[in-house]
Design a protein around this ligand. Sequence first.
Ligand code: VG1
Ligand code: CO
Length: 543
Amino acid sequence: MERLTVKTAPIEGQKPGTSGLRKKTEVFMGQHYLENFVQAIWEGIGGARGKTLVLGGDGRYFNERAAQVILRMAAASGVAKVIVGQNALLSTPAASHLIRTRGTDGGIIMSASHNPGGPDEDFGIKFNTPNGGPAPEEVTTRIYEATKTIEAYEILETQDLDLNRLGETHLADMEVEVVDPVADYALLMENLFDFDAIRKLFDGGFTMRFDAMHAVTGPYAKAIFEDILGAPAGTVMNGEPKADFGGGHPDPNPHWAKALFNTLMDEGGPDFGAASDGDGDRNMILGRGTYVSPSDSLAVLAANAHVAPAYSGGLKGVARSMPTSGALDRVAKKMGLDCYETPTGWKFFGNLLDAGRATICGEESFGTSSDHVREKDGLWAVLLWLNILAKTGRSVREIMQDHWAEFGRIFYTRHDYEAVESDVASDLMDGLRARFDDLPGQSFAGRTVIGADEFAYDDPVDGSHAAGQGIRILFEDGGRIVFRLSGTGTAGATIRVYIEDATDDPARFGEDPQEALAPMIAAADEVAGLHARTGRTGPDVRS
Ligand code: VG1
Ligand code: CO
């Protein structure tokens, strides 16, 4: 076994985005690309020597090859131990949990999450810190800086490890422990929720469909829903993880999980439906004939979490990302809870969770979780919903109706314009920025603007500052439009337009959001010149 020092040179563009570094798979497989970035991680965390790390990924194309490279690099740089999921698989929340329970120095997650996988699609890597959460900006900046000055990396020349075999082995002096990716996580879920109540629900004939979208949650969902909770076989669909996610786009929304969505919209369909994304941190919640918007789901979970054993003592506080709707704020207000507003991306919740200021956090992008890990957690959200359904005996539709009756309804939609030319997208944003002072008082599609700004965040725990986090345009009567550029895409720019409008009129609660929001959707186009500038007539994805 020879330890090699390989000469290399900086590669442009290795800047982590909203959630790690994501690139086309072929870019990641290019010469020195992965190696440079991994060596930069070692630099960014103050060296790898003596550290214990967790390693796993969502099983997409290049997952296991990348794991072998990372292991050889870890061993060459003096890492003491790596805990790796069997076959290099770990969902993001399971990795977060392992990092925390084993008290490690962090971990590397191989995933491009909701982006498609395969040789022509996307791959990604992110580093999580010892609290189990995505590295904060300060760390990702150090990693990025290291990619700009790198001259060499260290790697062992040796055979691949058998990552299928559970147990301990060695790579030179480094210990490698291959663990069952599901076991610890399933136990954690069992400790948080009332599994007996959920078991009874299934025993009573309650029906559910969970779409794992051929991504990493398949084995987790089968173990938890079918084996432990007794849901009938077939409850989990698309449960075999595949390197290309079966050719699909593993993003659990009505657009990409259309088959599941349609099954639930049928009045003869199952009682409950849910789906998760590539790496298992997102969730979509559906009831028979009912789509629960992620912002509403977050609010419902916060309002009802106390029925689950882990949250029976109440919540310390709640948090949402800025583009997420104000439904959570209404719950927090009524329950007397602090409610924090953070920039997009889970890394901004870490400090609030660590400091005990928030128990439940969420984003409009199908992400919710609690302080049990430091990532969003798709199956956690599904299980909390099941726990609530089991304890209240209500249907999803009834729960939504009860919720709106108590807190009012905020109609919400997100429109994504994908693969827009980068210049066009940044001009659109600059055009809005230049008008912050003029917009108030002007009307668009019959709605009057009362304020416009760009969101910036001062972390209340460590005082760090994040600027440029999305443009907000506030309208009279509680309407809001947010414009933001995605930080997870790998082709051109994606413009995200987040649109919401509130109503306290019970006669309107049942309206379809796209119809209820039609004036605001028109206002978004008018105020930003969306269609004229992009040459599109509408968004690529509505969720
Ligand atoms: C998107 C979402 C954001 C989420 C991030 C990672 O980022 O908007 O809310 O945290 O993806 O999710 P962006 O910058 O593209 O809007 V995941 O499940 O892809 O790790
Ligand atoms: Co994800």
